[in-house]
Ligand binder design. Structure first.
Ligand code: SF4
Length: 442
């Protein structure tokens, strides 16, 4: 093992990026590199970056800069930077000027070509800069070195056509392209055969899957996947309320393999702000979809994303959001302060909101949601729930996993449980996580 070359990948941002890092890891494994967590041991360090929010970008800049010393000490170290951040128009050139010690700069559209980029670098002293302007066809041959057992991520589409006015994604990930149904189903089958227990389908907007294909929809796709033999859960992210429809809700209601949680980002509860955001639904549309979902699946857990401090957001707009949160009763809410992204329409809007105003608003939402979670957790006390054991927390010395509603529980056992479905009796409830005792290992 000592003779193998080693790689480290540092990933920022969303699940999509986590999965793309699994692809880079797969490419490097095929080249006989092995993974290390220690950057001093690494022969190659890859940054898979995100530019959706400013702080993720700032962290990446800081962490790349911090490697300058390591590169000086080890001239053979290869540093590669790719992902959404480098895909921004004009970015690669200025990044190269500021960080000339970076060896490879690549974008989101040529990640599958990483082997080629690395080979080019190994035979050249120059920095390899390759950021393609246009998305190409979908590559189906890249191996993945998966790191999240028993969970497996499966892309169903790439890119986005929605152009929400605050969002950089359509500019750095291109137009929406759906993978062929047969490729997705085959990948899911082989993951289930390999023992993966939770398959999460990924797309910027999974609900518009198939719009560029003939005769398939997201609802028809998940019906087929949920019919695959085996003991597994099926989840998906992210949904867009404008495309989340009754056909899909009926498909969710019919299968007991599909997790009983839906992430339905609302972003705002004010119709004026939703319009400025170019979200293409109203508060009323959103609430009617929530009601429809609960009509078919009364116990569904709904989570959401909320953005505060969008340009021109007034106190009244914010209260519309706050009241919508109260009305829906979300099982979880990811709250964000609006982050101004150069190149998006919202960045040019007048009425940017001062940071302290946004902070106060987000804190009010977080406080409310935390209290709501605490109350909801109490309902679990003394109940027995089925948990998929996902890992072991070394600090707590306990296993952890989630139920079908996405609620996290901790429990002890002297047996190896990762990847097993376990019945757990909840004996203590907290904010978002639960503490339980194993009743039965399935
Ligand atoms: S749906 Fe909107 S927020 Fe989501 S990736 Fe597309 S443009 Fe961005």
């Amino acid at each position: 093992m000592e003779n193998y070359k080693k790689f480290k990948i540092i990933t920022y941002g969303c699940q999509m990026n986590v999965h793309e890092s699994e692809k880079i890891a797969g490419i490097l494994s095929e080249l006989n590199y092995v993974m290390t967590e220690d950057e001093k041991q690494a022969d190659i360090i890859v940054f898979n970056t995100c530019c959706i929010r400013e702080n993720a970008e700032d962290r990446a800049f800081g962490n790349v800069g911090a490697l300058k010393k390591l590169k000086k000490a080890n001239k053979n170290l290869i540093i590669a930077v790719g992902g959404c951040m480098t895909q921004q128009k004009g970015f690669a050139k200025s990044f190269h000027e500021s960080y000339p010690f970076v060896d490879i700069i690549f974008g989101t559209h040529n990640l599958d070509n990483f082997k080629l980029l690395l080979q080019k670098k190994l035979s050249s002293k120059k920095t390899i800069i390759e950021v393609l302007e246009k998305e190409g066809s979908i590559c189906e041959t890249t191996n993945k070195l998966r790191s999240s057992y028993p969970n497996a991520w499966v892309n169903i589409s790439y890119g986005c056509n929605n152009f929400c006015s605050y969002c950089i994604v359509p500019y750095v990930r291109g137009r929406e392209r759906s993978r062929k149904e047969v490729d997705i189903i085959n990948e899911c089958k082989s993951l289930i055969e390999d023992g993966y227990k939770e398959i999460t389908l990924l797309g910027q907007n999974v609900n518009s899957y198939g719009n560029d294909l003939e005769g398939v929809t997201f609802a028809s796709l998940i019906k087929k996947i949920s019919q695959i033999e085996g003991d597994f859960r099926l989840s998906f992210m992210t949904n867009h309320p404008k495309d989340f429809n009754e056909e899909l809700i009926k498909a969710l209601a019919k299968s007991d393999k599909i997790s009983k949680r839906v992430h339905l980002p609302v972003q705002a509860g004010s119709n004026r702000i939703l319009k400025l955001m170019n979200r293409k639904y109203t508060r009323e549309d959103y609430l009617s979809k929530v009601n429809l979902l609960r009509k078919y699946i009364p116990d569904i857990a709904i989570t959401t994303d909320i953005m505060v401090g969008f340009p021109t957001e007034t106190e009244e707009d914010f209260m519309d959001t706050f009241n919508l949160v109260k009305e829906v009763g979300f099982s979880g809410a990811f709250t964000f302060v609006y982050s101004r992204r150069k190149g998006t329409p919202a960045a040019e809007m007048d009425g940017q909101i001062p940071e302290d105003v946004s902070k106060n608003r987000i804190m009010a939402l977080i406080d409310y949601q935390n209290e709501f979670n605490r109350e909801e957790s109490k309902k679990y006390l003394n109940k027995t729930v089925e948990i998929l054991c996902e890992g072991y927390d070394d600090k707590k010395k306990m296993y952890l996993g989630r139920d079908t509603y996405g609620r996290m529980a901790y429990f002890s056992s002297d047996k190896e449980l990762i990847g097993r479905f376990v019945d757990v009796k909840i004996i203590k409830t907290g904010g978002i996580s639960l503490l339980g005792e194993v009743v039965k290992v399935k």
